[in-house]
Design a protein around this ligand. Structure first.
Ligand code: SAM
Length: 298
């Protein structure tokens, strides 16, 4: 019964690609077919009724709007890069957040989109092309091997770090996680624990690396995972290093009610979305370096 699944009973979202179309024109166009309203939290995000399928809508086909969930659209908005900045998207493919960054920067400045996986680079390049953004440079590289002191990275002011994660916040995966643990079998649990530990180890390395970019003053760390080990635990482990670089946790979307798990000091700054209630399980942490700050407690 489709009406029971959260996937179809929750609103649909599209993000207007303001590089190609303004929000009001998108509203007028989409209202010819659907009941559409602006989202109350994320700028440029439009909310449509459940079950609307926009896959082959002309505005989607021509890159004027992107089908992007609310939680996913919160990430680049949380980073809030200024037009004219140099911004690094560390793990970029398929590029939904990359092109969102370019739109927020109104096409001014530069977005460096780094991606390790050759196959996924193609999808990233397609997304960039569809968006019409002219200020995105795609780099096929391991983010961990970028030298923060090398130009052009030395000028990077903001970093979006959305690394590989378990994906446990997506609905399909969530259903697996709701299985009683004995149903999955002991060896599956061991494998899963090992997988999460490996992912968390990479996530910590990547966040540690992001902290080393000399001009970076805003860093967003995000996952589509519900697991503490990939979220709060990663943030907690790098807090002392972050502080030594002059970073503190800041509060993305303070009006949002769902915050981090209370397992570290400053958890209320962290943002979570719920896989059932909010349709996708996301996690966002925002680090800010204030001018003149060197070493101070978080
Ligand atoms: N931000 C993307 C979006 O919104 O469309 C999704 C990013 S996805 C969660 C993570 C990406 O990081 C994958 O495409 C993966 O291939 C890439 N990746 C993994 N390790 C990497 C590394 N060391 N350097 C660069 N990219 C990496």
């Amino acid at each position: 019964d489709h009406y029971q699944t959260p996937d179809v009973s929750k609103p649909r979202y599209v993000r207007v690609n303001t590089l190609k179309l303004d929000v009001d024109s998108a509203l007028i166009e989409l209202r010819k077919q659907y009941m559409v309203e602006k989202d109350d939290l994320v700028p440029d995000l439009l909310k449509l009724p459940p079950k609307c399928d926009l896959h082959d809508h002309p505005l989607v086909m021509n890159g004027s709007v992107f089908m992007q969930g609310k939680a996913s659209s919160m990430v680049a908005a949380a980073l809030d890069p200024e037009p004219g900045w140099e911004v690094l998207d560390a793990c970029a493919a398929p590029g939904n957040k990359t092109v969102h960054l370019a739109a927020l920067m109104r096409g001014k400045g530069k977005v460096i989109a780094c991606e390790l996986n050759k196959e996924r680079i193609k999808r990233l390049a397609d997304t960039v092309r569809l968006s019409g953004a002219c200020n995105i440079e795609v780099f096929h590289s391991d983010f961990l091997s970028l030298d923060p002191k090398d130009p052009p990275y030395s000028k990077v002011r903001a970093i979006l770090l959305d690394p590989s994660c378990s994906g446990s916040g997506t609905v399909a995966e969530r259903l697996d996680h709701l299985l009683p643990s004995h149903a999955a079998g002991l060896s599956a649990n061991v494998d899963e624990t090992e997988r999460l530990t490996k992912l968390a180890s990479f996530q910590k390395k990547a966040l540690t690396h992001a902290l080393c970019f000399p001009q970076a003053e805003r860093i967003v760390y995000s996952t589509c995972s519900i697991h503490q080990i990939e979220n709060e635990d990663v943030v907690k482990s790098i807090l002392p290093l972050a502080a030594s670089h002059g970073f503190r946790l800041a509060t993305p979307f303070p009006q949002w009610h769902r915050r981090g798990l209370p397992v570290l000091e400053g958890f209320e700054h962290l943002l979570r979305t719920d896989p059932v209630e909010d349709k996708e399980g996301f996690f966002i942490a925002l680090f800010i370096k204030e001018e003149g700050s060197v070493i101070h407690p978080l």
